[in-house]
Ligand binder design. Structure first.
Ligand code: IMP
Ligand code: MG
Length: 171
């Protein structure tokens, strides 16, 4: 049986997301911001983070191919943004950055569209096994080298609805 052992509680997540929202609000200093959430993992985070940002924001989403377990995961956009991003301040929001391929691919793809600025926010940063450093502007939590589920993150598309973040363990 698989079960989740709580790692970050709902209260800890709420507090940290609130802090990220305050930091983002201060950094953009009244400017307009387009928040781009990567589906499906960020659906819960975006609901909370967008409410914690006190700026004129718009929200959009894109979806990627599913990650594979092998080394050569090539992320591709399968559902694209509805909004144009040219000349806009874009904040790309991820659930977790692990090896960094996904965020690197997204950064390159979005920069080709010439946004005014592009920053990256991730709820979780798991650095084990990362070969190339990634610029991450806002980080919620540093994650251990374990598989995490909940608060949007899945294992085989399940566990997303856990209101907290848990390590998935086999028992
Ligand atoms: P990357 O290794 O940074 O390219 O991340 C690839 C993708 O793997 C992420 O966008 C997540 O969807 C998924 N992923 C990586 N680590 C975890 C985890 O601990 N739990 C759930 N999904 C994960
Ligand atoms: Mg997943």
């Amino acid at each position: 049986m698989l079960y989740g052992k709580p790692l970050f509680t709902a209260v800890q997540i709420r507090k940290r997301v609130e802090e990220l929202g305050n930091q983002i609000t201060a950094d953009y200093n009244g400017e307009e911001l387009l928040i781009v959430g990567v589906l499906k993992g960020t659906y819960m985070l975006l609901a909370d983070l967008s409410r914690a940002i006190k700026l004129p924001i718009t929200v959009d989403f894109l979806a990627l191919t599913n990650p594979t377990n092998d080394e050569d995961y090539l992320p591709r956009i399968i559902t694209d943004l509805r909004e144009e991003i040219r000349n806009k301040n874009v904040l790309l929001v991820k659930d977790i950055v692990h090896k960094g391929e996904t965020v690197e691919y997204l950064r390159k793809s979005l920069l080709l569209r010439q946004p005014k600025s592009l920053k990256v926010c991730t709820l979780l940063n798991k650095v084990e096994g990362r070969k190339k450093a990634q610029q991450l502007d806002y980080i919620g939590f540093h994650a251990p080298d374990k598989f995490l589920v909940g608060y949007g993150l899945d294992y085989q598309d399940k566990y997303r609805n856990l209101p907290y973040l848990a390590t998935l363990e086999k028992k």
